[in-house]
Design a protein around this ligand. Structure first.
Ligand code: KMH
Ligand code: ZN
Length: 273
């Protein structure tokens, strides 16, 4: 079997002063993406930063990043519609106008450390329908078990996304969300709607490898990268995204798996040609 590797290289929260290998400019993002593609990554989950390194949802900046990545790589480009906890709903919705291949779509509100990541139902529906109108394939982000129930409701009431496939990603171990352990992931997988055709998982921080092992054994795919993981072990900081890619390749290789090609990933997710 092959596994889709999604790289989330930047995120919205970490400052470059804390992690110098974090790609925060478009050039850095493209450089990381090109190397990742050669290593077997199939999709890139993109957050964009402004010239001061802060999270931005300005449409011009998002479009520039999507176009630069498209010009230099064949990766599936997934733009974050989550942004940071401070981003306005209308800006998060407008991000769809940057026309990525895929977008993240968080399925409910969750405490996010000391912040609250707000995702009211009306926003979820607007993103679901807005993505479908633009032929963008959402990746439904699940931070908690209640959000699995919300995914059932969304698909029942508002139909399938563009392409007819349903891909979701479990993010386990956010302080405020579901814990990053095997039993929680296995239970959450068992409760997915029947329409879900593929799923990936990511364990935050030091729970990255345990969740990688659990997802591999449960038939899922993986999301890795410095958005979620900044330490390789206690007091061992991640230097760059490539370290996390290489580590994931080692883990899945030990389990007899290989990375999924980009064209297979496009077919699996129902990405527009
Ligand atoms: N930065 C988090 C508050 C997403 O990209 O869609 C939200 C997040 C999810 O990263
Ligand atoms: Zn994100």
């Amino acid at each position: 079997m092959t596994m889709l590797l999604t790289l989330a290289p930047t995120g919205a929260e970490t400052q470059k002063s804390v992690a110098t290998g974090l790609p925060t400019t478009v050039d850095e993002l493209v450089q990381v993406a090109c190397r990742a593609e050669l290593s077997g990554v199939g999709m890139i989950h993109v957050h964009v930063r402004d010239t001061l390194g802060r999270s931005t949802m300005k449409l011009e900046a998002l479009t520039e990043a999507v176009e630069a990545l498209r010009a230099s790589t064949n990766l599936i480009i997934q733009l974050s519609t989550g942004g940071s906890t401070a981003d306005a709903f209308e800006d998060r919705l407008a991000a769809l106008d940057a026309l990525p291949d895929s977008c993240s779509l968080s399925m409910g509100s969750v405490n996010f450390g000391k912040e609250i990541f707000r995702n009211p139902w009306e926003l979820i529906v607007a993103l679901h329908e807005g993505a479908r109108d633009r032929q963008i394939v959402p990746e439904y982000e699940l931070f908690d078990l209640g959000q699995v129930a919300a995914l059932h409701k969304l698909l029942e009431r508002h139909g399938l996304p563009y392409g007819g496939k349903v891909h979701c990603d479990f993010v386990l171990g956010v302080p405020g969300g579901m814990p990053a352990d095997t039993m929680t992931l296995a239970y959450a997988v068992s409760r997915l709607p029947a329409a879900v055709s593929s799923w990936s998982a990511t364990g935050v921080g030091l729970r990255s490898v345990p969740i990688m092992l659990a997802a591999t054994s449960l038939g899922g795919h993986l999301r890795i990268g410095m958005e979620d993981t900044l330490s390789l072990a206690r007091d061992v900081p991640v230097e760059d995204n490539q370290q996390l890619i290489d580590r994931a390749l080692g883990v899945i290789g030990a389990a007899g798996q290989t990375p999924m090609t980009v064209s297979d990933a496009r077919a699996m997710l129902g990405i527009r040609p």
